[in-house]
Design a protein. Structure first.
Length: 254
């Protein structure tokens, strides 16, 4: 039976070391604590950094855990569990709002729709489960980019396509949008992805207060908006639904 792979053991030891004790450690600290040659420790740290598991502070040169570990840490929460917890609340939101409701998660530089509740009327609609929405222009995407460090990085690094004249593509302006999203606790899309369509979304957190998804409502601008802004009652309903799902996932700060 094959034995353990030494390089992987050492990488795991470095991650455990960075996860405990001081927030940031220098190369010498890592090497001496684990009994490694500086060259060996540096090579492993460089590889972990390239993969996003470790970050290096440019000012001090010290290392800390990277945002990619957030994505892996959240993987214990199965998407099916998230969807199961959200079923009742998204159904209620669709009934109360009269609009389509979406549940989305970060996936491959975009927002993967994992649950879709049809608008409760007799209109012909297409199920969008499995569809991808953009991070930079959709309400779901803005919420994820505002609260999830991995989504934030991906939204800034990716090409921000101008889907309409309203789409924000400039990096500085996009950061301002995310700051506003965090400040008010919800994100909006006013014809930034599709002409004539507006949406509002709020974040879903787990028991560790980590962002694991977003809930949103989408509909025609004339129904979703009032005087060019998302209707306050709709914002409140979406936020209430997101909080309810978060509570069902174990989040207590609501």
């Amino acid at each position: 039976m094959p034995g353990p792979i030494q390089s992987l053991e050492r990488a795991a030891a470095i991650l455990r070391l960075l996860a405990g004790g001081e927030r940031r450690l220098g190369l010498s600290d890592v090497a001496s604590t684990l009994g490694l040659a500086k060259g060996t420790a540096h090579g492993i740290l460089r590889t972990l950094q390239q993969e996003g598991f470790v970050e290096q502070d440019p000012a001090s040169g010290r290392y800390q855990l990277g945002a990619e570990l957030l994505r892996l840490g959240n993987s214990y929460l199965d998407v099916h569990e998230l969807r199961a917890r959200a079923l009742v609340w998204t159904d209620d939101l669709a009934r109360s709002s009269g609009e389509s409701v979406y549940l989305g998660v970060l996936h491959q530089h975009g927002v993967l729709i994992v649950h879709h509740v049809f608008r409760p009327d007799d209109s012909r609609q297409v199920l969008e489960v499995g569809a991808m929405h953009p991070l930079h222009s959709s309400a779901l995407g803005k919420v994820l980019a505002a609260y999830d460090p991995v989504a934030h990085s991906e939204a800034l690094e990716a090409e921000r396509t101008a889907f309409t004249d309203r789409t924000v593509t400039d990096a500085g302006e996009f950061e301002k949008v995310l700051q506003l999203t965090r400040a008010r606790g919800w994100g909006s899309d006013l014809e930034e992805t599709w002409e004539g369509v507006a949406s509002v979304a709020a974040p879903v957190h787990d028991r560790r207060r980590m962002p694991v998804g977003a809930v949103g409502v989408t509909g025609a601008v004339e129904r979703v908006c009032l005087d060019g802004e998302i209707r306050p009652g709709l914002v409140a309903a979406v936020r209430d639904a997101a909080r309810a799902v978060s509570r069902d996932l174990g989040a207590t700060r609501f």
